[in-house]
Design a binder for this molecule. Structure first.
Ligand SMILES: [Zn+2]
Length: 266
């Protein structure tokens, strides 16, 4: 290679570095999944559209993108909320048509009937709203090996939950923590409930902070779930307060833990 062609190659290489770093700078920090770094996945269930849309400024303030698992009809109200949530970077997941217990349903009928009656009609309805859910949250956290195998033919990830024993520290329950580098091997993720935080022993801020700290130190993914978002106790439904979310988002920010949606998980 002569001197002139070396010069051309070097200039071309520099140009490609500059243009690729320009592209990176334009993307929000949370857009790409980092396999070497822990993160938090915030999820909210059911049909609490007004609460969720009202919380958009809070999510925006911390640059948090969450996943909202919707059950039931994808009607006009659902589509309106989906559009607003999506426009702020949030993801939409499936929570089934009738919010039934998947394990019992598959035993009483069959996995095929579960897919036919509880999953596929909703996926078709989501298509009309230009949403293709990549994830599913189990109603009442009822899953087993059969339901997981069945639903992983349709979704990339599933979400279930798990209770924590009396006196147990959340940060000691390995089931809640998956190394970021291995998240693609974990179809079903086990999430920790945070409704009513910090007023229950398994979801005090001390518990939550310790769990977030473990995720940051070990480069693990931690999934939280809640339902409504209300400042004071609503007439019905499980809820988390904006104050509790603010505490969680602030702690994650302090630990430099990124937030991911289920759609961003490999
Ligand atoms: Zn639910």
């Amino acid at each position: 290679m002569n001197r002139q062609s070396i010069f051309v190659v070097v200039v071309a290489a520099l140009a490609s570095i500059v243009s690729s770093s320009d592209v990176c700078a334009d993307e929000p920090a949370s857009s790409a999944f980092d396999v070497d770094r822990g993160g938090v996945v915030m999820t909210f269930d059911d049909r609490n559209f007004d609460d969720w849309v009202n919380a958009i400024p809070l999510f925006d303030r911390f640059g948090v993108n969450a996943t909202f698992f919707i059950n039931g009809k994808i009607d006009e109200q659902a589509v309106k909320a989906i559009r607003q949530l999506k426009s702020h970077g949030h993801a939409i997941g499936s929570h089934s048509v009738h919010h039934l217990k998947a394990v019992e349903y598959c035993q009483d009928h069959s996995p095929e009937v579960f897919l036919r009656n509880e999953i596929r009609p909703q996926l078709e309805a989501f298509q009309a709203a230009e949403v293709t859910p990549t994830s599913f949250a189990y109603p009442m956290s009822r899953n087993d090996a059969v339901t997981d195998e069945t639903l992983l033919t349709v979704f990339r990830h599933l979400r279930t939950g798990k209770n924590v024993g009396d006196g147990q520290r959340v940060c000691d329950v390995d089931a809640f923590f998956v190394p970021a580098s291995r998240i693609h091997q974990h179809g079903c993720l086990i999430a920790k409930g945070i409704d009513y935080a910090p007023t229950r022993p398994d979801r005090t801020f001390e518990q939550i902070d310790a769990a977030l700290t473990r995720a940051a130190e070990n480069n693990e993914i931690l999934v939280f779930y809640a339902h409504r978002i209300c400042a004071t106790k609503p007439d019905g439904g499980h809820f988390v307060t904006p104050e509790a979310l603010t505490q969680i988002f602030s702690k994650a920010e302090e630990l430099k833990l990124p937030f991911y949606t289920f759609d961003q998980l490999p």
